[in-house]
Structure formats: structure tokens, C-alpha cells
Design a binder for this molecule. Structure first.
Ligand code: PMT
Length: 210
């Protein structure tokens, strides 16, 4: 099968030297890409800026902003049977990027932010994706409630939730602990383990669910 996987953060420029982003390292998404390849699948990996080396056998697209990630997914998703959205996409970008470095001339600075396109939320509609759709949810409270809400709203077959308020898993850690919520109401908890192992478990879970 062909897997499309998004990974890493996006960077939303404020001016030529500053940006809005988050702590995603890409480790979880790259682990999924490695696991899918090792299981004999084809992989298109679309990644925001990270310091990891992409797997040699993957088709690799490097992006910076949410809009670039949206465009890359739009151009690649038709060939995928499985799409996994693991990237931590910035929900907002600055309304107008400054052409020059903003000077610190006043004590406060207000930035107008506008919403970025929802890439996962466009899969079933704008992208017309009919394959197996996997979303992630990075939550700090009411993990189960928010995860099930996202699964239903975005038309996912599987929603993988992690509690990013914990200091031992999630963003930029070697390990993760997740609960995979299935469309039919089942849930599969994957106890804390290296992201490489969580990646393998998730690929097995997806294969068994198709
Ligand atoms: O990269 P690591 O350091 O290894 O960390 C892994 C991780 C914590 C980033 C990963 O496990 C994770 O939780 N990824 C999802 C992060 C996220 O942005 O979650 P969210 O709950 O804000 O978004 C929900 C879903 O919508 C996600 O599938 C996200 O990729 C997608 N999304 C969000 C916003 C947007 N504009 N477009 C999207 O496609």
C-alpha cells in the first residue's frame, strides 16, 4: 500500500528572522514512515523543518509553512491508500508578514493572526480522499473527549491521541504513549514505549483495520 505521512512542525514567519512554531521534532512521524517502509509499503513523507534524516526509500517533500504542507498534501494524496497526519501544524499564521525585521521600538507588540487551512479536515472534502484516514490529537486536558470529537469531525478511521501535558512523552521525546480510537468505538491503548515501537504497533493496527 502507499502511505502518505505528515510529520514535524510548521513554521509561520513573522518577519525575515522570526517565526511561530511548536516543539514537534518529527520523531513520531518519521518513526511511522520507517515502520511503514519496513513493513513493505511505499511512503510519501511530507515534513516540516526538523533535524532528522528522511528514510532513503521514502518520497520526501520538505515544507515550511502550513500552507505549503497543505499544497504538498493536496498534490500527493491521490496516490495514497493510507494517510497519516502526524504533523503539528500551526493553527494560526500572522495576517501580514513584515518585509523587514520588526524593530523593538515600543513596549508591547500585537500580532494579528489568521487561521491556517485545516489539512486533516480537508482530506474527506476538498481532497476527496477515500482511503484509510488517520489523525493525531495532541491534548493537554480531556484527552478522550477531544480525540473522539476530532475523529468524528474530520472523518477519520483512526485517531491517535497523546497527552502532551506529560513531561515524559509527546513532543520531542524518544518515547510516546497513545490511545488509538477506532471509528467503530473501540479503543486500543499503546503503553509507553520508544516511538519506533509505537510506530510499528500503529502500522500493524492500521493493516489489521483495513
Ligand atoms: O514530532 P514529535 O516531537 O515526535 O512529537 C509527536 C507529536 C506530539 C507532534 C505527535 O504525536 C502528535 O500529537 N501530532 C499531532 C499534533 C497536533 O497538531 O495535534 P492537533 O490536535 O492540534 O491536531 C489534530 C490533527 O489535525 C492532527 O492530525 C494534525 O496533524 C491535524 N492538523 C491540525 C491543524 C491543521 N491546520 N491541519 C492539520 O492537518
Amino acid at each position: 500500500m502507499h502511505f502518505l505521512i505528515t510529520a514535524g512542525p510548521t513554521r509561520e514567519p513573522i518577519d525575515p528572522v522570526r517565526y511561530i512554531s511548536n516543539h514537534s521534532s518529527g520523531k513520531m512521524g518519521y518513526a511511522l514512515a520507517e515502520a511503514a517502509l519496513a513493513a513493505g509499503h511505499e511512503v510519501t513523507l511530507i515534513s516540516g523543518p526538523v533535524s532528522l534524516t528522511p528514510p532513503e526509500k521514502a518520497t520526501f517533500l520538505s515544507v515550511e509553512t502550513a500552507q505549503e504542507m497543505f499544497d504538498a498534501v493536496a498534490s500527493q494524496i491521490a496516490k495514497a491508500e493510507v494517510a497519516i497526519f502526524c504533523a503539528a501544524v500551526a493553527d494560526y499564521r500572522v495576517a501580514e508578514q513584515a518585509d523587514e525585521k520588526i524593530k523593538k521600538s515600543s513596549d508591547t507588540l500585537t500580532l494579528d493572526l489568521v487561521k491556517n487551512p485545516d489539512i486533516l479536515g480537508s482530506a474527506r472534502g476538498a481532497f476527496g480522499f477515500n482511503g484509510f484516514l488517520v489523525g493525531f490529537a495532541a491534548e493537554t486536558t480531556d484527552v478522550e473527549k477531544h480525540a473522539i470529537g476530532k475523529l468524528e469531525k474530520k472523518g477519520c478511521d483512526l485517531l491517535v491521541a497523546n497527552d502532551v501535558s506529560r513531561s515524559d512523552i509527546g513532543f520531542d521525546h524518544q518515547e510516546n504513549e497513545v490511545i488509538a480510537f477506532h471509528r467503530d468505538g473501540r479503543k486500543t491503548p499503546l503503553p509507553r514505549a520508544l516511538k519506533s515501537e509505537i510506530g510499528r504497533e500503529l502500522i500493524r493496527l492500521i493493516e489489521a483495520s483495513i
